[in-house]
Design a protein around this ligand. Structure first.
Ligand code: FE2
Length: 393
C-alpha cells in the first residue's frame, strides 16, 4: 500500500471543485452553505486503545474494522477502528511519553477528541468555516493509497474537541489511507443492534452555550431546533440549560448543555470538573429494538442508570398507548416519552470511563423527533443519586 500526503495546493482545490455538481438535491433545498452528509467517525483518545476496542466489541457489539500503528509505519500512535451499523469509533493511544495524545489523556482522561463529519468537499468546508470565524485545527491534507484519495481538514469546536471534515468522493478503500483492515477471526462478538449516531451532546461552561450555538449556526450552517431552559431541566437540587443544533439534512444533531444555578452541583458542573474543560458528554445511538439491545448490553456487563419502580406506575398515563409491553421496559429501566409526532424509548449508561464524564444513551424512536423532555426529571434524579454515591453532588 502506498501513501502520499500533500498539503493543500491551488491545483488540488481546482481538482475538487467539480464535486459541487454531484450535490444531492436535499442540500440545495436546505440552502446549506456547508453540506454535511453525516458523522463519519468519532475518535477517542484513550490510554489503552487495544483494550478499549476489545471492550466496545465485547460489551457494545462493535466489529473489528481498521488498524494503524507500528505495523503500518506509525511511530507515535496506534489506532483501532470498530464499526456497528453506520457507526465507526476510533480509539487512539500514544506509543511513547510526551505526545499530543498523551497530554490530552492526562488532562481529560479517556474521551472524545474528534467528531469527524463526512463532507462533499473538505477544502471548501474548511475555507468556509475559517472565513466565518472557526479556528483551524488541520489545514486540508490530501492522502492517497491504491484505492484513491481522501481529503481531510479540521477546525476546533468547544474545549479541546475538534471537527475533522472527511471527503470520500474519490476513495473506494476500506477506511482511509494509512489504515489496514483489522481482522480478528477468533473473536467477533455479535452486534447488539446499534444502527447510527442519533445525537451527540456537548457540555460547555456557564454562559458559553449561546456562543457555541452561534458557532454551529454561523460557521457550520446548523439550525437551532430546540431550546430547554432551566425550568425544563431541573430538579429540586440541580438545573441545566440546553439548545439543540441540527444540520441541513437532519442527520447531525448536537445538543449543547450549560450548567444553571441550583442548590447543588449539576451533572454538567461535575463533568466540567472531571473532564477539566468542555467536551462531549454523551453519544446517543439508535436501535430498532431497544429491549433486545439493552438486555444484550447488560448481559455483557454494561451498567445503566437505575430507574425507580415508581416511574412505571404513572408513565403510561403520561405517554398513552405504546406498542411495547411495559414489563421488560420496567425490568430494564427503559424510559418512555411522547411528543406531537410519536414516542421514543431511551436509557442511559453509567459513565464508561474512570472519571464521571462520558456515557452512552440508547434510543429507539417511534415517530418522536425530540429528546425525552418528559424524562428529564427522572433522569436527573437518577444522576443525582449516582452523584451522591460519588460524593460529587
Ligand atoms: Fe441524549
Amino acid at each position: 500500500m502506498s501513501i502520499f500526503v500533500s498539503y493543500e495546493t491551488k491545483s488540488s482545490k481546482n481538482i475538487m471543485s467539480y464535486t459541487h455538481q454531484t450535490l444531492p438535491k436535499i442540500f440545495k433545498e436546505a440552502k446549506d452553505f456547508m453540506p454535511l452528509y453525516g458523522t463519519d467517525y468519532v475518535e477517542f483518545y484513550v490510554s489503552n486503545a487495544k483494550q478499549a476496542a476489545y471492550f466496545y466489541k465485547a460489551a457494545l457489539g462493535f466489529q473489528s474494522y481498521a488498524y494503524a500503528g507500528l505495523e503500518t509505519g506509525l511511530k507515535e500512535y496506534e489506532s483501532y477502528v470498530v464499526a456497528q451499523g453506520k457507526i465507526k469509533l476510533m480509539f487512539t493511544s500514544p506509543l511513547k511519553s510526551n505526545t499530543y495524545v498523551g497530554k490530552h489523556i492526562d488532562k481529560h482522561g479517556d474521551g472524545v477528541k474528534v467528531v469527524a463529519l463526512w463532507v462533499d468537499n473538505a477544502i471548501d468546508a474548511y475555507h468556509t468555516a475559517i472565513e466565518k470565524g472557526a479556528r483551524s485545527y488541520m489545514k486540508p491534507i490530501v492522502t492517497n493509497d491504491d484505492d484513491g484519495t481522501i481529503i481531510s481538514s479540521g477546525i476546533h469546536t468547544y474545549g479541546e474537541t475538534v471537527h475533522v471534515f472527511i471527503e470520500r468522493t474519490n476513495y473506494s478503500g476500506h477506511f482511509m489511507p494509512g489504515f489496514i483492515k483489522w481482522q480478528t477471526p477468533d473473536f467477533n462478538p455479535p452486534s447488539v443492534g446499534l444502527k447510527y449516531i442519533d445525537h451527540m451532546v456537548g457540555n460547555v461552561a456557564l454562559g458559553e452555550m449561546n456562543k457555541w450555538v452561534n458557532f454551529y449556526e454561523e460557521v457550520m450552517g446548523f439550525t437551532n431546533i430546540l431550546t430547554f431552559d432551566d425550568k425544563d431541566i431541573s430538579t429540586e437540587y440541580t438545573a441545566l440549560m440546553s439548545k439543540v443544533v441540527c444540520n441541513g439534512n437532519g442527520r447531525i444533531k448536537f445538543p449543547i448543555n450549560e450548567p444553571a444555578k441550583g442548590i447543588k452541583r449539576s451533572q454538567v458542573d461535575e463533568y466540567l470538573d472531571f473532564y477539566e474543560g468542555e467536551g462531549v458528554q454523551h453519544l446517543a445511538v439508535a436501535t430498532d429494538d431497544i429491549v433486545m439491545t439493552v438486555r444484550e448490553m447488560r448481559n455483557r456487563g454494561i451498567e445503566f442508570l437505575p430507574i425507580p419502580d415508581s416511574y412505571y406506575e404513572t408513565v403510561l398515563d403520561r405517554v398513552g398507548k405504546i406498542d411495547e409491553d411495559i414489563k421488560p421496559l420496567k425490568e430494564l429501566g427503559i424510559l418512555i416519552d411522547r411528543d406531537d409526532e410519536g414516542y421514543l424509548l431511551q436509557i442511559f449508561t453509567k459513565p464508561i470511563e474512570p472519571r464521571p464524564t462520558l456515557f452512552f444513551e440508547i434510543i429507539q424512536r417511534k415517530g418522536a423527533q425530540s429528546f425525552g423532555k418528559g424524562n428529564f426529571k427522572a433522569l436527573f434524579q437518577a444522576i443525582e443519586r449516582e452523584q451522591t454515591i460519588r460524593g460529587t453532588l
